[in-house]
Design a protein around this ligand. Sequence first.
Ligand SMILES: [Zn+2]
Ligand SMILES: [Zn+2]
Length: 342
Amino acid sequence: MKAAMLYGVNDLRIEDAEIPKVETGEVLVRVKAATTCGTDLKIFHRGYVEKVIKLPTIFGHEWAGEVVEVADNLDWPVKGMRVRAGNSAPCLHCAMCQKGKYNLCENMIWLWGAYAEYIKVPARMVLVNMQEIPPHVSFEEAAITEPLACVLHGAEEAGVKLGDSVAIIGAGPIGLLHLLAAKKMGAEKVVVIDLVDERLNCALKLGADAVINSGNESPVERVKQLTNGYGVDIAIEAIGLPVTWEQALKLVRKGGTVLEFGGCPPGTDIRVNAELLHYGEVTVLGAFHTTPLHFHKALNLISSRTIDVRPLVTRKVKLEEIRQAFELLSTSKTEIKIAVNP
Ligand SMILES: [Zn+2]
Ligand SMILES: [Zn+2]
């Protein structure tokens, strides 16, 4: 089969690979769509994320497809079924899983290999993180279950609720998914901050109440103006840079919550003013990845179009064009997610 193999920074090659063999509990799926993700782009440009990916590997982690082979011991799924799965499966019995923190599982398995004609789903993942896709939902939409699941987990941790004002730093795919989720969770006002006007226009189209180009004006001052001088109830950082992690702290009112969502490079420190936490009672949260529960919720919300992810797929390409797709994502101001159809 054809597969896009990642060897290192900026080194992605289309190669012939063996079609994986199905063993006990496993399922082989013909990939129909795999979507690009900010995490892919970071790994492509910056290098691998320890524990989460080992190189060389077939790249890509957001996908959906059709079941072509099922291990003999399984009654579900069946051949021909449209499914999505992964990209993680917790063990359910480590100390973190026993605390209900499935996203922090000590023995998490990760599945890479979406940018290929076939992908094999490990037994544990078939059990805890595979779903059938309803007929009216496209493979491209279903592939977006993964980032939406991460966003739902973060938004729930931050406690976005009816009537809240929310500021989101970053109008990339994750920031835009946060916008869609926050509006559905009842946010009264969502302000989106970015450096690129084209992305801010996209945020406006998707329902942002106000946008701020931080290259032209101070987000801190403008957010204060928009909130009677107080700051927002919840600020969400969706970029992954120390400067914006620190900026998020300045956008919230007293008693507000900051969700630091974008992953910074390893070894990053940020400065937090102690008065802000003490006198200001600001809560600062991190959020990592997501849980099987949120994967299920995400696909259900995509299926019912409660959260309509269709506008996020701005282009479809063939597997052979994947390098160009990554280059385009790095330079274009209008591309959000590109769907690869192997
Ligand atoms: Zn992703
Ligand atoms: Zn575990």
